[in-house]
Design a protein around this ligand. Structure first.
Ligand code: UDX
Ligand code: UDX
Length: 451
């Protein structure tokens, strides 16, 4: 069997590497129009950082895993084609700011239809609005020249930073397809691929729309828990309760459960906000404004939480940060990834720059140019600096703000840092990573989220 995956991003790359490793007899081609990205996948420094990924890729690359820019060749050869291109939020026209931009998905569908010279199974891996499979089928059917196409939905639930372990032992694999004989046969083909390493009872099969919708709803539920605990964090700060204690107390109830209850400066990442806004758009489209408003609240609470964090820094630093150096520790949207998409750090840096602070960012994995690009776009601002270490960022800073929960921040020598800061020295722990009592004992004025 031959598999081709169009889109060598955070989803396509690791997922295909895992299939190639677990199913050595399947030939896996990952294609992407971005030549630099493909070159990186073929080099010693992969385009994305994920623990365990390098080893995984090295094991299979050149054997049954290949990266190339030959999209057409990949399509022609493959029996199964995964579509893992990006589906960003539309920035223009109808649905701007909410609806998913499906231009890449549509253009991929047209390319497949144009070059396929036999029957193909098309697998939607990208997260997409419900009923996109219809669109893909429609385009394929209208251009198929008699070839048989089956469209499956197979959303990816991996989280960044743990992609390799998530792919290796997924809690479930979801495959949606049509209830026709052709659809069922296609589902079986894909089930057989995953069954190389995933226990059969963990592979769920549904109809197409249930599968598409489940991905959006899973992310909406996860994000909703974070916004819920973050809303409580504000109340904790007002009342003297400690949000981690509250989360622990409620999470012991097995009906609630302990995961995804960590209060923070806000959630980031390429999926949560985008998928919820997609869900909101979908509800509005189907005449369900109350449902739309309910879910939109999750994103609004998150925006508020990010702004609230920066506002607290300004308020605590005697209502002015103009000309003050503020160290931002961590820029990725969470630890163990170099991904900065929708990172709360972006909003925090912008708010502080707007208050005329000098903002010095340090992140162990994100390159300086990317930090500047995310915060400033094409603009320039001499007050945004990037440091090569946490110590360098902290030197001379009036305040430190922890924005990403990198492990290395837990073991910093805070007494050394304290010495190099103007007094009083402040720490704002946006991830509740540090022991505030210890920091206070060193002389810091330290505060966390919801405490
Ligand atoms: C994935 C999913 O595709 C997205 O829908 C989901 O919500 C998040 O995860 P991701 O892998 O993170 O996206 O995206 P990205 O890293 O941007 O990778 C997409 C790749 O597709 C890029 O390398 C891009 O060059 C490529 N691409 C895009 C094509 O090869 N052809 C196109 O027409 C468009
Ligand atoms: C998420 C989903 O978890 C995954 O299943 C889906 O496939 C893609 O979207 P990801 O965005 O990679 O994965 O990371 P995740 O670990 O879910 O974290 C998202 C954001 O929420 C991060 O900014 C994280 O720091 C934040 N978060 C997470 C919290 O603030 N508190 C928590 O308790 C958990």
């Amino acid at each position: 069997m031959k598999i081709c995956c169009i889109g060598a991003g955070y989803v396509g790359g690791p997922t295909m590497a895992m299939i190639a490793r677990q199913a050595p007899e399947i030939d896996v081609q990952v294609v992407d129009m971005n030549a630099a990205r493909i070159a990186a996948w073929n080099s010693d420094s992969l385009p994305i950082y994920e623990p365990g990924l390098e080893r995984l890729v090295r094991e299979a690359r050149g054997r049954n895993l290949h990266f190339s820019t030959d999209v057409v060749g990949g399509i022609k050869a493959a029996d199964v084609i995964f579509v893992a291109v990006s589906t960003p939020t539309k920035t223009y026209g109808v649905g701007a700011g909410r609806a998913a931009d499906l231009r890449f998905v549509e253009s991929v569908a047209r390319t497949i239809a144009e070059h396929a010279a036999g029957p193909k199974i098309i697998v939607e891996k990208s997260t997409i609005p419900v009923k996109t499979a219809e669109t893909i089928k429609d385009i394929l059917a209208a251009n198929s020249r008699g070839h048989q196409f089956e469209v499956l939905s197979n959303p990816e639930f991996l989280a960044e930073g743990t992609a390799v372990t998530d792919l290796e032992a997924p809690e479930r694999v979801l495959i949606g397809g049509e209830r026709t004989p052709g659809g069922q046969a296609a589902i079986q083909t894909l089930v057989d691929v995953y069954a190389h390493w995933v226990p059969r009872e963990r592979i769920i099969t549904t109809n197409l729309w249930s599968s598409e919708l489940s991905k959006l709803v899973a992310n909406a539920f996860l994000a909703q828990r974070i916004s819920s605990i973050n809303s409580v964090s504000a109340l904790c700060e007002a009342t003297g309760a400690d949000v981690d204690e509250v989360a622990n107390a409620i999470g012991r109830d097995s009906r609630i459960g302990p995961k995804f209850l960590k209060a923070s400066v806000g959630f980031g990442g390429s999926c949560f906000q985008k998928d919820i806004l997609n869900l909101v758009y979908l509800c509005e489209h189907f005449g369900l404004p109350e449902v739309a408003a309910y879910w939109e609240g999750v994103v609004q609470m998150n925006d508020w939480q990010k702004r609230r964090f920066a506002a607290r820094i300004v308020r605590t630093l005697f209502n002015t940060v103009a000309g003050k150096r503020i160290a931002i520790l961590g820029f990725a949207f969470k630890k163990d990834t170099n991904d900065t998409r929708e990172s709360p750090a972006i909003s925090v840096c912008r708010d502080l720059l707007a208050e005329q602070a000098q903002v010095v960012v340090y992140d162990p994995k994100v390159p300086a140019a990317e930090i500047r690009q995310e915060v400033l776009g094409k603009g320039e601002d001499g007050r945004l600096l990037v440091a090569a270490s946490a110590y360098e960022a902290a030197r001379g800073a009036h305040a430190l703000a922890i924005v990403t929960e990198w492990d290395e921040f837990k073991t910093l020598d805070f007494s050394r840092i304290f010495e190099g800061m103007p007094q009083p020295a402040f720490i704002f722990d946006g991830r509740n990573l540090l022991d505030l009592a210890k920091l206070r004992a060193l002389g810091f004025r330290a505060m966390g989220i919801g405490k």
